[in-house]
Ligand binder design. Structure first.
Ligand SMILES: *[C@@H]1O[C@H](CO)[C@@H](O)[C@H](O)[C@H]1NC(C)=O
Ligand SMILES: *[C@@H]1O[C@H](CO)[C@@H](O)[C@H](O)[C@H]1NC(C)=O
Length: 498
């Protein structure tokens, strides 16, 4: 049994009465001036989107709205423009799915008001629209969208991608915003050129690579840099980790999988406790609010904190919000590289509750989501099938373009310096092999109406419904490709190998 190292006062789990009402639109993090376009790279700011207000709750208490927004950090949004003239839209950044699509219908979103608070794409006002006759239903871990494919101009961080195939949602369920999908093709075959492919084809970037800096919950202006690396945003070297080949991933899906070799905690008193050597495939998913890890790792993390309460209805472990103020981290090892996620970034603040940022992975697809990614600077190199990882920091900006070839991602050392080391002692006593149940169970009403992201895209069902947009008849090539792919797979419901 691991000693409970946090002997805090037995403060109630519900730390303070955070506001339950919808945050005003103006409170969204906006920083358009950060948009820059350099030689061979495109920088696009990321915004933390507020968690939607739960449906049926008391309104009127307006205190702490801004703080709640920042701390909630449940989804990361990218501002783009679609069409001609450009229509400004916000999409959720998702490294767990490949498709980019806009504007769901809000009526069937889980929180319709959240959906309606964002601008909606109006295809009838665009002169660059080229509709296809192809529709699909994209099914995510949670929710689905029926989309019709169109070719459109998409402007990101100052660069315009022309004739990009994107989906326009004709219907959607439980997904309040469109998605900017940046994963490899899940089945290993492109169904059509995705946005990263087109950026390279149109020579906006040299390689199919981008870097992602989600930033911390306290300073939410992150950035996505297509074709570039910002050495002002990390400490030390970037560790190059090979992406697992598709046939070695847990369920045969081609995702941004790397091998995690250990987990641990750094406690406020300087004790560094580490697990035994592990070999856990994990994929990096910006579309997931929380991480999902093998149950025993989740249980080991939870039992390392005092006063956790297990909520059987959600699987969340609530903990004392004061833990977020302590100096200490949840640690993830990848060979020689360790990423230390400060408690403050790993603990998810939602509706006054503090939730440990991990759930058990019961689908056999372990995920490191936003609760990990906030602490990591990651370069996703699809051309060479490598991820490059470093401890994120912020010490200005110095963007280097990624070139082509196997060493395209520069092995540049981050300009930021690590804080002075604290005296530490270490052991390997974090036992992630033992099953352990919760010591206390939460019996109240937990957070409601929350959205922890669509989860990884699971299946694609070929659409049969009527088209929503009149096709111009000029889109044969791509429709053919999609149709051929469907014929090859030979089934109406095309699942992963599961
Ligand atoms: C539609 O696509 C065709 C073929 O690529 C192109 O010639 C045409 O200009 C496009 N139409 C618009 C409105 O962009
Ligand atoms: C999409 O979601 C709705 C609502 O949950 C559900 O009724 C429908 O069956 C789903 N469609 C598919 C194809 O999964």
């Amino acid at each position: 049994m691991i000693p409970l190292r946090f002997l805090l006062s037995a403060a109630p789990v519900l730390a303070s009465a955070h506001d339950f009402s919808a945050p005003p639109d103006s409170s969204r993090q906006q920083n358009p001036s950060l948009e820059t376009r350099g030689e061979g790279f495109i920088r696009s700011p990321l915004n933390v989107l507020p968690n939607p207000a739960p449906p049926k709750l008391i309104r009127g208490r307006q205190n702490e709205v801004a703080i709640e927004n920042q701390f909630t950090g449940t989804r990361y949004g990218v501002d783009i423009e679609v069409g001609t003239p450009g229509q400004k839209l916000t999409l959720v950044l998702d490294t767990g799915s490949p498709d980019t699509w806009v504007n769901p219908t809000c009526d069937t979103a889980n929180v319709p008001d959240d959906c309606r608070s964002f601008p909606v794409y109006d295809w009838s006002k665009s002169s660059s629209l080229n509709a296809t006759r192809v529709t699909d239903i994209l099914v995510y871990g949670k929710g689905n969208a029926t989309i019709q494919y169109v070719r459109e101009s998409v402007k990101l961080g100052g660069a315009t991608v022309r004739n990009q195939v994107i989906g326009v949602a004709l219907e959607s369920h439980d997904i309040p915003l469109g998605i900017l999908g940046l994963s490899p093709p899940i089945r290993g075959v492109n169904e059509y050129p995705y946005i990263l492919d087109t950026m390279k084809d149109q020579k906006l970037i040299n390689s199919r690579a981008f870097s992602m800096d989600l930033r911390t919950v306290d300073s939410p202006e992150g950035a996505l840099i297509f074709g570039g690396v910002d050495t002002g945003k990390y400490i030390g070297s970037l560790a190059k980790l090979p992406m697992l080949p598709q046939n070695q991933t847990p369920r045969g899906a081609d995702r941004y999988y790397v091998t995690m070799s250990g987990v641990g905690l750094t406690y406020p008193d300087g004790l560094v406790e580490r697990s035994q050597e592990l070999e856990v495939p994990v994929f990096l998913d910006s579309g997931g609010t929380l991480s999902r890890l093998p149950r025993r790792i989740y249980q080991a993390f939870a039992s390392s904190f005092a006063d956790t309460q297990y909520d059987p209805s959600t699987g969340f472990y609530f903990l004392d919000c004061n833990v977020a103020d302590l100096e200490g981290s949840i640690d993830f090892y990848f060979g020689d590289k360790v990423i230390n996620v400060p408690f403050n970034d790993f603990i998810w603040h939602v509706q006054g509750y503090c939730v440990l940022g991990v759930l058990p992975d019961d689908d056999g697809e372990p995920v490191l989501g936003d609760t990990f990614l906030r602490a990591a600077y990651v370069v996703f190199d699809q051309d060479n099938r490598n991820l490059h990882l470093a401890q994120a920091a912020n010490c200005g900006s110095n963007i280097i373009a990624i070139s082509t070839g196997p060493d395209a991602v520069p092995s540049a050392t981050g300009r930021c310096t690590a804080p002075p080391p604290r005296p530490t002692s270490g052991n390997n006593n974090l036992d992630v092999t033992a099953e352990r149940g919760p010591t206390a169970t939460f019996t109240g009403v937990g957070p409601t109406g929350i959205d922890i992201g669509p989860g990884p895209v699971a299946t694609r069902v070929s659409g049969t419904g009527p088209l929503g947009i009149n096709p111009t008849g000029q889109s044969k090539a791509y429709s053919l490709k999609i149709d051929v792919w469907k014929a090859v797979v030979g089934a109406l419901v095309v699942g992963l190998i599961m």
